[in-house]
Design a protein around this ligand. Sequence first.
Ligand SMILES: [Mn+2]
Length: 243
Amino acid sequence: MQLPIYFFGDNHFSPTPSLSNDKKIKKLEEFINSLEENKGSIFIMGDFFDYYFEYKKNNPDYFDDIFSMLDKIKKTGFEIYFMAGNHDYWIGDKFRSYTTKSFLVDQTISIGAKKIYVTHGDGILSWDKGYRLLKTILRSRIFNFFYSMLPKSLALSIAKKISYERKDSHQVNNALLEKIHNELIQFSRKEWDKGADLVIMGHYHHSFHYSENNKELIIIDDCSENKFNYIKYDGQSVTVNSI
Ligand SMILES: [Mn+2]
């Protein structure tokens, strides 16, 4: 993996056109153009798409603009890594071909001075039990097989409904937020004990930075139409930035 590494995610690009979606695509372009280097790595941490399901053939052209942008980034000299989120787990060979490597499970990256544990961040909380079961079902081969048989327009409308109802929490009260952070710190401690220096995740759509004993947890905020949040790791240190 080339340094520096830029981590971001939760762009939630929509399969249906909208002004807000166009603005988000522009923001991604603005971010890419702002990079001073012409090589390094882009690490997309999941929920890049609000909905992505890849068919064996005849895929809808919802994301062609984004694919051509990924193509351009890669041709510039950047490597592109992708970790699936809860909205875009159903990637296939087509999407993979635009990335250097795509991951369906959490990764530990050992490069430079730090060991970094990367996760999208869903399914960690103790009260997510029901969700974890749903996650197993939705990711199963049998579900994928039957879902892929549905007419594409029906599949999209079902997905939109699920996505709408399961929108990752944007607004939570402070008491719940504290509970969430405590659980994510507990989760991180396990990875720190296993040797990670830094745990990074997205999914929660806000930023949070915690450290103890030289170990760190960073939750990266999302990439909206107004603000593109990212982390830069240069092999020595990590900075949290936005554009
Ligand atoms: Mn998510």
